[in-house]
Design a protein around this ligand. Sequence first.
Ligand code: NDP
Ligand code: HSE
Length: 433
Amino acid sequence: MRLALLGCGTVGAEVVRLLNEQSADLAARIGAPLEIAGIAVRRLGRDRGDLPVDPALFTTDALGLIKRDDVDVVVEVVGGIEPARGWLVEALRAGKSVVTANKALLAEDGGALHDAAVEGGGDLYYEASVAGAIPLLRPLRESLHGDRITRVTGIVNGTTNFILSAMHATGAGFAEALEEATELGYAEADPTADVEGFDAAAKAAILASLAFHSRVGAADVHREGITEVTAADMASAKAMGCTIKLLCIAARGTDAQGRETVSVRVHPAMIPLTHPLASVGDAFNAVFVEADAAGQLMFYGRGAGGAPTASAVLGDVVAVARNRLAGVRSASESAYAALPVRPMGEALTRYHISLDVADRPGVLEAVAGVFARHDVSIATVRQGPSGGGNGDAVLVIVTHVAPDAALAATVSELRGLDIVRSVASVLRVEGGL
Ligand code: NDP
Ligand code: HSE
């Protein structure tokens, strides 16, 4: 069984190391020896340390490597949309099996890859693309196929979880926590994809597609990052027995016409400290799956890093290699349900709103009137002194579940009231309070 490795960076180098260390076991598990036919990289002259591999295997001609007749399996750990998309479509159409960790590509154009796999008759596996080492996509794609998944809630980005966990533990602001994450090597030099939620949104799209048997792409995901989360937001969450996490939430729902829909969103949210996801600290990932018959399931582990991600890649390599030897392929993409994606405005959620208000008669009534006008029901109200020594008060309001658009309109109207000095913090609330 011969493998073309595209990319030899953080993940690719660990794939090479594990292949080397475990070659005898892998051969026994597959039923044939597994050999590297070539490794495509961008810079031939890059120092690759003591990587246990013949330097003659390196090439910059990825396409030439893919097209070789002696290549059975293509492993793509380069990342990005192009040229990866062109390479993988070419490989799949030629009947090769593909293993990829490329969540950005799968979320952008997974359909093209699935279609090419059907055309060529090979397998397309991508366990490493979501939550690194955690076996999660295989359970969704196989083990839970007899059940009906209703909701997937996850922490799927390690960098932002590290930052938010640090903010919770130390009271640091976002910038300070990001600096620490960068110094410790958790955040990349350009952290935009992580802190703005693009990485989590790509993973949310992949999870929703598998959970709900529908094609969901990155553009279907409502996305908000964590750059606006302040130390004051975290302090407010802690005061309510909560913390703030960047959540990916994919849920079934029903629209006004009674049609089944899905909503997929990534945003920071307050969750109670008693919620299982609240205890997921550091750069760990965890995904909470709810299904009709199985009930609640929790998947937890390392969502990033060379070795954990390579573990998932190699698990896929063994699976596709065994399929090839047996002359079979795994089931194709399951997108038969084709559920429409519901706009964020219709998603049902709850808000925690902190307001600085004038402390005088009628203020509470005026504020409550705004909620009532938008048909948003208030669950709890807390009032305390503002701390500014100016006689103002702080109102902390938590709502019941309402459509996101109604909640946003409520906040917008509150901002326009002259008795509201400022809207200090607006956070969605998940997991009950
Ligand atoms: P790196 O940036 O560390 O490595 C990328 C590799 O791709 C390098 O070896 C680079 O070559 C090679 N490369 C880049 N452009 C080209 C090109 N045009 N032609 C040939 N080779 C090229 O990335 P990672 O290993 O961190 O990530 C790889 C994939 O895995 C991405 O899709 C990422 O999203 C995914 N992933 C990563 C995780 C992680 O923790 N790092 C976790 C989960 C998924 P050279 O070595 O010469 O620079
Ligand atoms: N940047 C990602 C994270 C890597 O922080 O989780 C894993 O996909």
